[in-house]
Write a protein that binds this ligand. Structure first.
Ligand code: ZN
Length: 143
């Protein structure tokens, strides 16, 4: 199995069996974003406790890339520190820009989305959940 095929399987697995899907009661922060170009929607909520993301959940619908990206991101960030989440966010943005030397270890399964950068119309799909994360981290910062 090639790396591309492996990544494709991982993406479909997250799309068909999304991790961390649901709604949180009284989260520290929440954000709902849309990608009108593709019709994707992601609602992300998280709770920060002692500098760590103790709970994270998403809901939404749209293409496989947008939903798999939300699942990969949420699954990876659960239990991680806010600093690690910010590092992952920066790495993922670099990955989508096609920058060299991105630390993919800081991304978990989301590193499998590297191939998306070849399809510029789909980059917005992959980034949607991460932009929601950015908004959530900014909100929980202020508390
Ligand atoms: Zn999409």
């Amino acid at each position: 199995m090639s790396l591309d095929e492996l990544y494709q399987e991982l993406l479909l697995d997250h799309f068909k069996h999304p991790r961390c899907q649901g709604v949180l009661i009284n989260p520290s922060a929440k954000s709902a974003l849309r990608n009108p170009l593709c019709g994707d929607e992601v609602q992300l909520a998280l709770t920060v406790k002692d500098g760590k993301i103790s709970e994270i959940a998403f809901a939404g619908h749209g293409c496989s890339i947008s939903q798999a990206s939300a699942s990969m991101m949420s699954d990876f960030l659960k239990g991680k520190s806010v600093a690690e989440a910010q590092t992952a966010l920066a790495s993922f943005r670099s990955l989508m820009k096609g920058e060299e030397g991105v630390d993919t270890d800081s991304l978990g399964d989301a590193a499998a989305l590297a191939g998306v950068r070849k399809f510029s119309a789909r980059i917005r799909c992959a980034l949607l959940a991460w932009e929601a994360l950015d908004a959530c981290l900014a909100q929980s910062d202020k508390k």
